[in-house]
Write a protein that binds this ligand. Structure first.
Ligand code: SF4
Length: 399
């Protein structure tokens, strides 16, 4: 098989960002707590675990945010990215019962649902003219094998050829492989051949098996998550990656998580975007969760930007953190605010109140409010266009 040439390497990122970053770092005064980290960046040393801990402990949140923002500015200038997408969650029936999950239902639950291929397409067709991407994740259905999803993706491609399909988290891929008695690689290849464009990053939670044993027992292990994404990249499927924080993890486990993803990203160039998002407590079964404040959410985004040099984009996931905090996050290292997301179940069942009806005009206003230029992108960060809202119609003066 020919070596895959990743389209993700640049993803609209300034190829000289490290040089530009160093120029801007030299022009500022840094607190003594951050100076050793700035010195490392200036001397081209890669940041490590201890640096990550230092960043999480930094007392001056605004200086930390400034350091992250200078990284973002060096990479993308004032640009901030979004896309036009719709979430269709194909089923809430799941054979697992992760403790943090407010979405899953057992097959006999009165509000369990599973969209047939026809029902899914009917739902999608309501939004298809307005979007360029369908994002689909859901429960681990006990009967749906790879054939079900291959048929679904082929039908989407045939009936909505303008749409990219970003679908199936790592644990869903593992489940399909097991049900279909296939390797991970064959499973992903069949899905790709049927039309899958990329994998979302969901399900990474915290890549520490002790934490996973408590919050999502039975899910794929940390290494399996990494291996599934590695395999996806190997066959030419780019992916995102995530971090669910604010459950029971320590700062050290967060840093480990970020560095594991950074290292894989450096190996494959297959990760497009890192999406750190906080645990939302409502309706879920994790009473010992620490829960994140607004400050903590901004801190995680800032630290992620500073450490994650191999993954171009950092997303402020407005579906989870809300529009106001997402706007602020664009000044703390994030450069992407996800998409229009016409409908969504998973975060909203967990307590999110983020509006679902944003059109491009409203999203671009949010981006401009944060002092950035809104750039509409496609799923794979290979096409970009500055978004300008339609001009108001000029009325001619009455004769
Ligand atoms: S997080 Fe995913 S795998 Fe876990 S219970 Fe919820 S739907 Fe199932």
């Amino acid at each position: 098989m020919p070596e895959w040439v990743s389209t993700v390497v640049l993803a609209d990122r300034n190829p000289h960002w490290r040089v530009d970053l160093k120029d801007s770092l030299r022009q500022e005064l840094w607190p003594s707590t951050l100076q050793p980290i700035v010195d490392k960046i200036l001397s081209d040393q890669r940041l490590g675990h201890e640096d990550g801990l230092q960043l999480f402990a930094e007392p001056n949140l605004f200086q930390l945010g400034r350091l992250a923002h200078l990284h973002k500015q060096a990479m993308f200038g004032n640009r901030a990215y979004f896309n036009s997408n719709v979430h269709v969650n194909q089923t809430n029936i799941c054979v697992l019962a992760c403790r943090f999950c407010a979405f899953r239902r057992g097959p006999r639950s009165k509000d369990a649902y599973a969209l047939s291929v026809e029902e899914y397409l009917e739902e999608l067709s309501k939004f298809s003219p307005y979007v360029t991407e369908v994002h689909s994740v859901g429960g681990l259905h006990p009967d749906w094998s790879v054939q079900h999803y291959a048929e679904l993706f082929k039908r989407i491609r045939a009936e909505h050829p303008h749409l990219s399909i970003k679908a199936l988290t790592a644990v869903e891929v593992k489940h399909l492989a097991q049900l279909s008695d296939l390797s991970i690689e064959s499973t992903l290849q069949q899905l790709k051949d049927a039309g899958l464009t990329s994998l979302p990053g969901g399900g990474a939670e915290i890549l520490d098996d002790d934490v996973r044993a408590v919050i999502c027992n039975g899910k794929e292990s940390s290494q399996e998550y990494l291996d599934i994404h590695h395999t996806a990249h190997k066959i030419g499927l780019p992916s995102n990656c995530t971090m669910l924080f604010g459950t029971i993890e320590t700062a050290s486990q967060r840093v480990d998580h970020i560095l594991k993803l950074r290292d894989l990203g450096a190996t494959t160039n297959g990760f497009q975007c890192f999406v750190p998002y906080p645990f939302l407590p409502d309706s879920t079964r994790l009473p010992m969760a620490q829960l994140s404040t607004g400050q903590e959410i901004l801190r995680v985004i800032a630290v992620s930007r500073i450490l994650m040099d191999s993954i171009p984009h950092i997303k402020a996931y407005r579906m989870n953190i809300g529009d106001e905090l997402a706007e602020l996050a664009l000044q703390f290292g994030a450069d992407d605010i996800d998409g229009t997301v016409q409908q969504e179940s998973i975060m909203h069942l967990a307590g999110s109140t983020t509006p679902l009806t944003h059109d491009r005009q409203q999203l671009s206003k949010l981006v401009r409010n944060a002092g950035c230029v809104p750039i509409q992108r496609n799923t794979t960060y290979t096409e970009f266009e500055e978004y300008s809202p339609p001009q108001p119609i000029k009325r001619l003066p009455m004769a």
